[in-house]
Design a protein around this ligand. Structure first.
Ligand SMILES: Cc1ncc(COP(=O)(O)O)c(C=O)c1O
Length: 393
């Protein structure tokens, strides 16, 4: 009854966890939920005010497919001032969230059977998005010693005549690793030489604690030409439910993305776009305040996790996740198919803590927690992890 395409699609692990959490909560059990990648903040007031004004002023008609002009202008300003990348108006398309910007891009670029390099660990939706858009995800192993950041030699091992694109999540979900300028330059070089587009998912750009974040498109005009930069407002301004993201790409690709978007959704909600405009124009201080709080929680999480025996983690320089290595506990738990799923199931049922199994990101020896939650939830959740680990020993 359903399409062949859907038969290959894995249901979302994160949605599976959320429904288990909901079932337990319905029974009155209180859960420390560390599984959700959603900021624990409200949309900043100034952004809300702009959205409310837009509604009151009836900015509710169909608008341009590629997005509200004022927001596109503001994005161009931001890309220039903050990322040192110059774009024209017809190189920006605003979509209903970064997810939508990514799928628009894939529909515009991929032919059936085209291969897309996906570094492991990957964000859960990448492989499924690629498959839904007729592409073939090619998973690329990366080195733990390099904090799982992909290198030129990792890429070389996986290039074929069908390779069309490389996905790069920077800062990374799930590891929080951030690429240096030099690392990005090397990646761009090999992609230019092999005619490979780079889908640069920079949605966690603002949440970067130590080194300066470098946007790939800023590296050179050639780098800009092969890169489709994806960004959005869900993580940086806590606007998850407003659904606004965007792509910045060369004119040909942008035109393709607009064509796809025009037929599928016309454009994202105008009121949400005005909210995003308000966020860009008036809320940089709110963003800085949120990032300070994430950094405090990251340091707290590192401090607590460092004291737990048998586990280790990737040191996160950005985003709001910790990717925790549980491989030393593998022989302490009976499991059938997936160690990380069994670990997370038991952690939830025995200690009321929800985390995401690493297999969702292609790595079964890990789990991912998010610290974008309340401090109380974070502290109790990590205490729960410690108790669970100790119960296995
Ligand atoms: C790496 C990455 N890209 C894109 C998205 C999607 O963001 P949006 O809410 O803008 O669709 C997420 C959300 O979790 C993400 O982690």
């Amino acid at each position: 009854m359903l399409s062949n395409k859907l038969k290959n699609i894995t249901p979302s692990y994160t949605i599976g966890i959320s429904s288990k959490v909901a079932q337990l909560q319905e029974k009155g059990i209180s859960i420390c939920n560390l599984s959700i990648g959603e900021p624990d903040f409200n949309v900043p007031i100034k952004a809300k005010d702009v959205a409310i004004d837009a509604l009151n002023n009836n900015k509710t008609k169909y608008d341009s497919v590629s997005g509200v002009n004022e927001l596109k202008q503001e994005i161009i300003r931001k890309l220039k001032d903050e990322n040192n990348a110059n774009y024209d108006l017809d190189e920006i398309v605003i979509s209903s969230g970064a997810k939508h910007a990514i799928t628009n891009t894939l529909i515009s670029i991929l032919n059936p059977g085209d291969e897309v390099l996906v570094p492991k660990p990957y964000w859960v939706s990448y492989p499924e998005m690629i498959k839904l858009c007729s592409g073939v995800p090619v998973f690329v192993d990366t080195d733990r010693k390099n904090n799982f950041k992909i290198t030129v030699s990792d890429i070389k091992k996986n290039i074929s005549s069908k390779t069309k694109m490389l996905f790069l999540s920077n800062p990374s979900n799930p590891t929080g690793a951030i690429y240096t300028r030099e690392e990005l330059e090397n990646i761009v070089d090999i992609c230019i030489k092999n005619n490979i587009y780079i889908l640069a998912d920079e949605i966690y750009e603002k949440i970067s604690y130590e080194d300066d974040f470098v946007s790939i498109a800023s590296l050179s005009s050639k780098a800009k030409d092969i890169t489709i930069t994806i960004n959005g407002f869900s993580k940086s301004v806590a606007m998850t439910g407003m659904r606004v993201g965007y792509s910045a790409s060369n004119k040909t690709i942008s035109r393709g993305i607009s064509t796809v978007q025009g037929h599928l959704v016309s454009h994202p909600s105008t009121i949400s776009q005005w909210c995003a405009y308000g966020a860009l124009k008036y809320c940089s201080n709110d963003i800085d305040d949120m990032v300070k709080i994430y950094k405090k929680k990251r340091d707290l999480a590192i401090d607590m996790l460092s004291k737990i025996n048998y586990i280790d983690y990737i040191y996160p320089k950005g985003a709001f996740y910790m990717f925790i290595d549980i491989s030393n506990l593998k022989n302490k738990l009976d499991y059938k198919d997936s160690f990380s799923v069994e670990f997370c199931d038991k952690l939830l049922s025995n200690n009321n803590v929800a985390a995401v199994p690493g297999i969702a990101f292609g790595m079964d020896d890990y789990i991912r927690i998010s610290y974008a939650c309340s401090e109380e939830n974070l502290v109790n959740g990590i205490k729960g992890i410690e108790e669970f680990v100790n119960s296995l020993l």
